[in-house]
Each structure stands twice: as C-alpha cells, then as structure tokens.
Design a protein around this ligand. Sequence first.
Ligand SMILES: Cc1cc2nc3c(=O)[nH]c(=O)nc-3n(C[C@H](O)[C@H](O)[C@H](O)COP(=O)(O)O)c2cc1C
Length: 315
Amino acid sequence: MHPFSNRITKLFSIDYPIVQAGMVWASGWRLASAVSNAGGLGLIGSGSMHPEVLLEHIVKCKSATKKPFGVNVPLLYPDIERHIQIIIDQKVPIVFTSAGNPKTWTPVLKQHGITVVHVISSSKFALKAQEAGCDAVVAEGFEAGGHNGREETTTIVLVPAVCNAVTIPVIAAGGVATGRQMLAAMVLGATGVQLGSRFVASLEASSHQKFKETVINATEGDTMLSMKQLTPVRLIKNKFFHAIQQAEQSCASKEDLIDLLGKGRAKKGMFEGDLDEGELEIGQVSAIIKKIQPAAEIINEIWQEFLSALKQPLQ
Ligand SMILES: Cc1cc2nc3c(=O)[nH]c(=O)nc-3n(C[C@H](O)[C@H](O)[C@H](O)COP(=O)(O)O)c2cc1C
C-alpha cells in the first residue's frame, strides 16, 4: 500500500512524488533503478547516450528494479527516431521529453501507451504540452542546473503561473533539494518535484567523483547562466565558463562561440572530471547540498523532512 497518494504518485505508480531528473553524464541505470527501488521515479538521461548505450541502460535498469522507471529524451537529439524506437520496443512505461516541440513525438508515444511528461519554462509552453496530449509538465525554473529557459523565470514565480495555466499535474523543478523546499513547491500548486543537482551528489550517479565534490563544495553565487546566445545553460564558474563569458563580453559571433565550445565539453567536465576545461552543469541549489549520499538515503531524507515540515510548516 502506498503511504501517500496524489495525481503524480498515481500517474507513475510510485510511493513518493519525487522524480530524479534525467541528466546527461549523471543518470544511467544505476541511479534510475536506485531511485525507483526507493519509491521515487528514476529517469535514465538519454541525452548523452548513443542508441546502443541507451538500450543497454534500459535492459540493465529493468533487471535492477521491478518498479516503474522512465527515460528523459531531449527532443533535439540527432538520432531521436532510434531512441524513440528503442523506448517503444523495450516497453518503457514513462518518457520525459525536453528541449523541443512536444507535438512531434507525444502522439507517437501515447499510441504505444506510454505516459508522457514534457519539461517547460513558461506557461505558454505548458499549454502547448497540454494541447499535445502530455500527461503532466515539469515546470523548470531559472535556478535549475543544465539547460534553461531564456525567460529566466524563477521556480517560485513559474510554478503558480503554470498551475493556473494548465489542468494537467505540474511537477516543480529548479532549486529543490530538500523536503522543506518540496513542501514549498507543493504549497505553490505543484503535485510533485523533480530534482537534478541533489542526485548528481549521489553515490549511484555516473558523474566523475571530482565533479560530485565540486558540487558539494559549491557556495552561493558559484553558478551562473551561460551561453544565452547559443543555448542557455547553468554552469559552475570554472576556467571554461570564464572563457565563454569573456568571448560573449567581447561580442564574439555565434560561430566563434560554437568553435570555443567545441565538442564533448560536457563529457570532459562532468564525466571525465576535467574541472578546468570541461562544462560543469549544476543548479543554484548546489550551495546547500553538502553530502554525497546513496540515492535511497536522499529519497528517505527528503520524504521525512517533507512530512515533518508538513506537520510544522512555520519555524
Ligand atoms: C548535470 C545535469 C545534467 C542535466 N541534463 C539534462 C538532460 O539531459 N535533459 C533534461 O531534460 N534536463 C537536464 N538537466 C536538468 C534536470 O533535468 C532538472 O530539471 C534540473 O536539474 C532541476 O533543477 P535542480 O538542478 O535545481 O534540481 C540536467 C541537470 C543537471 C544538473
């Protein structure tokens, strides 16, 4: 029996309305299955995987958990048709899409009985996702790690705005790492939360140990939105960040920025642990993440804190 029930726990058949975000170079089958086994929803981040790697992660995830799990599919992925086909063939029950138009793939996935959630950063895109037939949206605010909306709307503003705009359930993301923050998001109208940064600092995340340590040592102001001209992404302010920043300030062209970015920066930073030359994607909330923990401990801690904050919300 589920200890708690709302539209999100029912939609995904999970115990707690806590989603572990799909994240490039961080969320493979180990993290996704650990989160699902602990009663949340684990997502495999397919954005950094070739199709055959995605297939391997799905197969391993299935053997590591009998609980529901999902795959995050950034819609701009170049080999998107193959990713979608693998997901359908493997009967993955849940897909979170991001970075693209939900109208293209949502009907295809829904035809195969897959629950579809789309990540948005504005009420306008939330409505588009609802019209496309999505079952829920993730409202991701400006604080979030990784790629980010151009509008710079913060979670505390975005969540109630999106809740007013749509009738499907809203999952809050961006700046949530604790049970008290989860309660705050739900008081704003969210039915669940999606956490990225907190799960980067988990034992099961495939991120490099040096990156995990950078995350738990980060303090307020250590991250900033970068590359707004190309595709906005929140990064740790390292050597690579400053190089991009300098180029932008000296009005570098889009082509120059693409050259400077080069290929494989995210892998170099987050997976290979090159803290100077690599891209280190993380959210503002890294400032309050202090420990690398097993994923199950993270879920349990958040849930216990959520319950006690619910009993005594005011301090
Ligand atoms: C290292 C990292 C990689 C990410 N990669 C993806 C991705 O591949 N696809 C996606 O939709 N979101 C991605 N995100 C965003 C997360 O899915 C999530 O919405 C965000 O981390 C929530 O904010 P938080 O970091 O404050 O918890 C990434 C975030 C991080 C920190």
